[in-house]
Design a protein around this ligand. Sequence first.
Ligand code: CP
Ligand code: NVA
Length: 311
Amino acid sequence: MSVASLNGRDLLSMADLSADEIDALLELAADMKAGKVAPRCQSVKVLGLLFSKASTRTRVSFSVAMYQLGGQVLDLNASVTQVGRGEPTIDTARVLDRYLDVLAIRTFEQAELETFASYAKIPVINALTDLEHPCQVLADLQTVKEEFGALKGLTLTYIGDGNNMANSLLLGCALTGMNVRIACPSGYEPDRAVVDQAKTIAGEQSEVSILTDPEAAAKDAHVLYTDVWASMGQEEEATDRMKVFQPYQINEHILGMADSKAIVLHCLPAHRGEEITDSVMEGSQSRVWDEAENRMHAQKALLASVLGVGI
Ligand code: CP
Ligand code: NVA
């Protein structure tokens, strides 16, 4: 894949990318990180960030990536635009399309993101919805590849809530030939349609399992992954969830079930003492800071590709 091969494309779901496209993006991200290539916009390109939820990593890593490509960024936080006052999505999308070159959206409903994308001709990127977080998974895959050299045949075990992270990891692992196990309490499984989609992508080549036993899921895994037990928008359920999710913590015991060379990932922000212990997060097998850094490299590769920025 050349850097321009996603030119003009949206990234709404991890499944919008083929295995070859993921591979090429990860290679470009690695080359950028190593300083081997440094694509630059020939004319000023502008990225809009339309976020209806809080963000540290996604907001800053997208902004820095765009600046490093020679572009500019506009913060279109819902609270300072007419979006927060209810201007219809189909109107906002057509207006922003005429000003911007690329738009990253963080919102609740995947359907709202899809409406934006269908009314805006510029590339629209999913910067997190309730259903998916594909940009995070690109950085996660980059981090795993840095550690193990390749992805195919490795096993990633996600322990916790069957949320947006679980959904995008299912697709990302299936697409790259990784085995993926999700361990979650009954009633908190990932999206049914996404699980079926991941199973179809994986076919006979790799494992896609949804389990309730975290120990069985962690056995011999190469990557242990977790995320918060209550996502943004689920704050009112947090107290009830704390009880249900207690057995689904990544701690020294669970880490001991995994492969001896296993690494631990967390998309962050983390709630230490809940889904992950302090000792695992700060331990020698944690790669969470590299993972956070890779958000910037993976998204810079993605922006260069959808904008057709040449090397
Ligand atoms: N992991 C992640 O998306 O972090 P932020 O919510 O801080 O952007
Ligand atoms: N599942 C979390 C991810 C945060 C990056 C949330 O949606 O809040």
